[in-house]
Every structure is written in structure tokens, then in C-alpha cells.
Design a protein around this ligand. Structure first.
Ligand code: DGP
Length: 112
């Protein structure tokens, strides 16, 4: 049995506020939002992080990238949005199932 929280959400074994699903991904609200809109774009396949991506994942990654602006538009983020991928403990990753944070809805601080 998997111990991965996001695999459990994908399998419907844990609840989540799901706002989009398709054959490759599931998108739900982050449980600890850092902005008025804070979604997690999660592949159904368990891939621990960016480090484990292979050429076999190219279609999936393209799909996730192209999904982001559609989600942002559906959320009314007309002024822009931020995407974040944390990788490894040093990069702040807490859940080791690849995911893209989509944040917006307020003026986000600059990265500098
Ligand atoms: P990261 O640090 O990049 O691994 O981000 C993990 C995010 O996942 C963090 O912002 C909180 C969120 N999260 C953790 N557990 C759950 C959960 O059970 N449900 C939801 N919806 N989000 C979760």
C-alpha cells in the first residue's frame, strides 16, 4: 500500500478539493494556501520529483505546462500568476510526488 499522500488523493482514498481532472493529472487546492488561489497540479503517475523525469514523461510535462494558463484563466487570474516546483529537501520539497504550485489572486512579492 502506498504511503504517498498525493497517490492516495489520486486514488480517491484521501479527500481533496479537486478542481480539475483529466487522464494525466489531478488538480486540487493546497491545504496550506500561500495566496488567495493556490492549486497543486499533480500527475496521476507517481514521479518523486523533477529529478526522476525521463523522455517518457515529455508528453505529460507538456500537458501540465499547457494546463497551467488554462487553470489560471478559469480561476480569474487575469493579472498573472506564479508557478513553483520545489525539488529535494534543499529546495523545500515536502511531498515527494511531483507537483506544480499555481499561485495568484494578489500581488505576489518579487523573487529578488
Ligand atoms: P512542497 O513543499 O512543494 O512539497 O509542497 C507540498 C504542498 O502540499 C504544501 O504546500 C502543502 C500541500 N499538502 C500537503 N499535504 C496535503 C494534503 O493532504 N492535501 C492537500 N490538499 N495539500 C497538501
Amino acid at each position: 500500500m502506498t504511503e504517498c499522500i498525493f497517490c492516495k488523493i489520486v486514488a480517491g482514498e484521501l479527500p481533496a478539493d479537486v478542481i480539475h481532472q483529466d487522464e494525466k493529472t489531478i488538480v486540487f487546492k493546497d491545504i496550506h494556501p500561500k495566496a488567495p488561489v493556490h492549486l497543486l497540479v499533480v500527475p496521476r503517475e507517481h514521479i518523486p520529483s523533477l529529478r526522476e523525469l525521463t523522455p517518457q514523461h515529455d508528453d505529460l510535462i507538456a500537458h501540465m505546462m499547457r494546463l497551467l494558463p488554462r487553470l489560471a484563466e478559469a480561476q480569474g487570474l487575469d493579472d498573472g500568476f506564479r508557478t513553483v516546483i520545489n525539488t529535494g529537501r534543499g529546495g523545500g520539497q515536502e511531498v515527494f510526488h511531483l507537483h506544480i504550485h499555481l499561485l495568484g489572486g494578489s500581488r505576489l512579492p518579487g523573487m529578488a
